[in-house]
Design a protein around this ligand. Structure first.
Ligand code: BES
Ligand code: MN
Ligand code: ZN
Length: 504
């Protein structure tokens, strides 16, 4: 994991001795007239910084578009060796989420240019809440620092060694320090998730995922148990086992507990993750095209493990447990077949129509087990359906819920996390589509509405427990690099799950 050192400074910007000082700019043009030119302004009160950038801002060459960068060497009147201007786009639309991305952009600007240390100046307190900006900037810096290049032997480690957040001199510095510390733990946890998702199937089997979770848990003081085949049989996890049975790799059932001292009543939040370390489709084998991507079919599990790390460090006053169901989905003489009937831990019988609809099978038993362990509220994350990707593209992840009050707490979390989720429907008509003539339910619902029928399947196992389901298939892997994030694993859902937990 990244070893980036971070610090919070209230020092005067002009006097900052740094390799690179990044400052924000926004476009203040409000006219929509066709000849209206961008009116970029620097979002700082520092007169020396403004003076250093005055000429280039007046030139019209720089428009302060979102994540648009401009570099000045030896800026006049500043102790910094370089001044990097990073755009937020239209000032009226700028949010802390644009600040998060701008910090990532500054880091990713520095990395390939062998700059190892930088300072990032926050906007003035009147524009955006300083505490929220501090946190977002640190998160964005960690996100920007991550590159999935660990298996390249020509890898040049371009990680940033030191990142300083330069905050305006506000009166409540303690609040900013707290926000800063939270940003660090969130950014590190999101990158921990990304490092797990990046691992190929041969390097991260269910067993190894269990070891990685246990090592993390030991580090942050979480209780963690990792079980395998025997425990699945003991718990009668027929749905989970049916996916695992076709693989030489044993499954891993990972259970973690976060129990804050003195909290003995109130809700118990149950986090459940889909951990398919490779999804070949099984006997209903996937086509070869893009099959290598199915190493990321454990992104839901990784999100939950990263969220547990963040929770252990952020220490909210609520009990949380986590159940990860990890398996490989492989074709084999012992693999399950279409037409097979499996008895889930809950006792429900499932007719297998397609062995490639395996995520819902492992989650079914994970949800049942989390309830048995005492979860009063459930949230699951899974790269569950291609249908969700068709519906929402790679922009929004899907979210489903059987309870509006529980969903409201998740929706509130999104405002802080800045992650994009879109609520999709459940309903009796969808439930109808997964009724089986052979058993209680079948594991696919036909061609249409695949994200909703998959969610209806999970809902059967959430039973009457308030539950949220996150379908992150389209957004767990970034297909094209952006100025603030590398191509590869995104770490989606870690931030939102932490915020949701904090809302209890
Ligand atoms: N892991 C896949 C879903 C997926 C698709 C994740 C694309 C990431 C990107 C899941 O196990 C799967 O194969 N789902 C099938 C279900 C179908 C057989 C009902 C799908 O979506 O095609
Ligand atoms: Mn599948
Ligand atoms: Zn899958």
């Amino acid at each position: 994991m990244s070893t980036m050192l971070t610090q919070l400074s209230f020092a005067n910007l002009a006097g900052m001795e740094t390799e690179l000082l990044a400052v924000l700019a926004a476009d203040t043009q409000t006219s929509k007239a066709p000849d209206a030119r961008p009116l970029p302004v620097l979002l700082t009160a520092d007169d020396a910084v403004k003076a250093a950038a005055a000429a280039v801002l007046a030139s019209g060459e720089y428009k302060a578009g979102a994540n648009e960068t401009l570099l000045l060497h030896v800026p006049a009147g500043l102790a910094a060796r370089r001044l990097l201007i990073v755009g937020l786009g239209k000032q009226a639309k700028a949010t802390v989420h644009s600040v998060r991305n701008a910090a990532g952009t500054a880091v990713r600007y520095a990395k390939p240019r062998t700059i190892r240390e930088l300072a990032f100046a926050l906007p003035e307190p009147e524009l955006l809440l300083p505490a929220a900006c501090v946190r977002a900037a640190v998160e964005g810096a960690f996100v920007g620092d991550f590159d999935p290049d660990t298996y390249r032997s020509d890898r040049k480690d371009q990680s940033i060694q030191s990142f300083t957040v330069a905050a305006p001199p506000v009166s409540d510095q303690a609040a900013l320090q707290a926000a800063f510390a939270e940003g660090v733990l969130i950014g590190e946890s999101q990158n921990f998730t990304r490092s797990l998702v990046n691992e190929p199937g041969n390097k991260l089997t269910p067993t190894i995922l269990g070891q990685r979770a246990a090592a993390m848990a030991a580090e942050v003081g979480l209780k963690c148990e990792v079980y395998s085949t025997e425990k699945l049989h003991e718990l009668k996890m027929g749905a989970f086992w049916s996916v695992s049975q076709g693989s030489e790799e044993p499954p891993a059932l990972i259970v973690m507990h976060y129990e804050p001292e003195g909290v003995t009543d109130g809700p118990v939040l149950g986090l459940v993750g889909k951990g398919i370390t490779f999804d070949s489709g099984g006997i209903s084998l996937k086509p070869g095209l893009d099959m290598e991507k199915m190493k990321y079919d454990m992104a839901g599990a990784a999100a939950m493990i990263g969220a547990m790390r963040a929770i252990a460090l952020a220490k909210p006053r609520v009990r949380v447990l986590c159940v990860v169901c990890a398996a490989e989905n492989m074709p084999d003489g012992k693999a399950q077949k279409p037409g097979d009937v499996q008895i889930a831990m809950s006792g429900k019988s499932i007719e297998i129509i397609n062995t490639d609809a395996e995520g819902r099978l492992v989650l079914a038993d994970g949800l049942t087990y989390a309830r048995q362990l005492g979860a009063t509220h459930l949230i699951d994350a899974a790269t569950l359906t291609g249908a969700c990707v068709v519906a929402l593209g790679m922009i929004n992840a899907g979210v489903f819920s059987n309870d509006d009050a529980t969903y409201a707490k998740f929706d509130a979390a999104l405002a802080t996390s800045g992650e994009k989720f879109w609520r999709l429907p459940l309903g009796d008509e969808y439930a109808e589509m997964i009724k089986s003539e052979i058993g209680d339910i079948k594991n696919t619902g036909g061609r249409w509405g695949g994200a909703s029928t998959a969610a209806e399947f999970l809902k059967v196992f959430a039973e009457d427990t308030p539950w949220i389901h996150l379908d992150i298939a389209g957004v767990a892997w970034v297909e094209d690099s952006r100025p603030y994030i590398a191509k590869g694993p995104s770490g989606i859902a870690v931030r939102s799950i932490l915020e949701w937990v904090k809302n209890y």
